[in-house]
Design a protein around this ligand. Sequence first.
Ligand code: UDP
Length: 467
Amino acid sequence: MEVEGRKVEIFFFPFVGGGHLIPMIDLARLFASHGVKATVITIPNDITVFQKSIDRDQQTGLDINFHALELPADATLQNVDMSAPPMTDTSILQEPFKQLLIHRRPDCVVTDTFHRWVADVIDVIGIPRIIFNGNCCFARCCDENIKRFSPHKEVASDMELFVVPGLPDKIELTRSQLPIFVRTGTEFPGKSMRAEQNSFGQVVNSFYALEPAYVDYYRNVIGKKTWLVGPVSLCNRNLEDKAARGQKATIDENSCLNWLDSKKPNSVLYVSFGSLARLSPTQLYEIACGLESAGHPFIWVVGKILDDKDKENCFPDGFEERILDSKMGLIIKGWAPQLLILEHESIGGFMTHCGWNSTLEGVCAGLPMITWPLSAEQFYNEKLVTEVLKIGIRVGSEEWASWNMERKIVVGKDKVKAAVVRLMGGGVETVEMMRRAKVLAEEAKRAVEVGGSSFNDVDALINDINN
Ligand code: UDP
């Protein structure tokens, strides 16, 4: 792909934090595989962690590199590990980023909207800017129409259902499931309307066949210029790529795979709440009881804990020893090689917080899900999974709360057990969900192959930049 005799160059400027950084790196790798010169702009720390994600691409001759922004002397960026929260202030990167743009003048910059200052800097220099915010079209349509029509203001209580107006399906939510900034009618801190309005368009990690009615609605009714290029995680084609994704796993990949090899096909539930969520010890305790009493094998990724002081009380007495001795479960405290695990034939279900990356990775692995949304746009994603795609069941999470807030409502062990038994018990309902999920997984693969809808959208975007 060339412009005026040289390669098209695109900068990818991810936000800090796993759910944003990981797919943006995949996105850059995807564009590099379409002949673009792809440069991921980041901080020195991240290069140490992520260089291995692009090593093999570089060895095969793809034009992809990291560029580390130099921080001013004595300056540090706070809280930038894989669980960095959305409010992390990155403005310290503004000046080095601006200088880099002036010096290199790429043909386009793909940016994350959580860099709150970035639109102004790019627009003044006059380089086309594309937004990547990590969501699907379904969630964007819900969000737009709730903001436009305020149906949540018509109900008498936080737990009463309302219909999201105008959508292709009847989608019902409660006020308690809405992000606090949607409930109160304030803009999400850091997302300015102007950033969206003046952009060249939006690149979306989804594929047309997954949510056709919502892609059409988002493009034609809501009127957003959109390229669907996903699932971006599918650019991780071999074991090394999958093992190297994100940060170094807390568990040795081989021992994890060996453990899975010892289990029957489709028998293991994978439980994870993503890179950011912090659950309380009380909630973790209920999950432990529910998983143990359901009696199905599981891998449980226990991430960061909301109140670390109380972490001794996360599990019932003797839980870890019993699980380990009976080989019923594997507990990963820290980072799991999620793609490797999801695609193993012993995995038969995914209990997920419905972060969009995880949801899509579950779809790509052809897995039915137990949905347990917590924050961000996860309650919308739950509706897509359970009511539109019909490949999941709800655990019964009712309350949106920010990643670092104590929740008023704990999901009890009985609900956890009931959902696990229902999904993993092998009934007709699960077989049908699994069949549907496998069809979607095949369609996802077709979308990113030569001539597929996402493959063509990547080329279309590159052409649009050229013209
Ligand atoms: N992830 C992983 N191992 C973990 C936790 C998360 O590989 O132990 C990856 C996961 O595969 C996904 C991303 O981190 O790509 C999490 O993104 P998601 O949108 O699902 O949730 P978030 O972390 O943003 O809440």
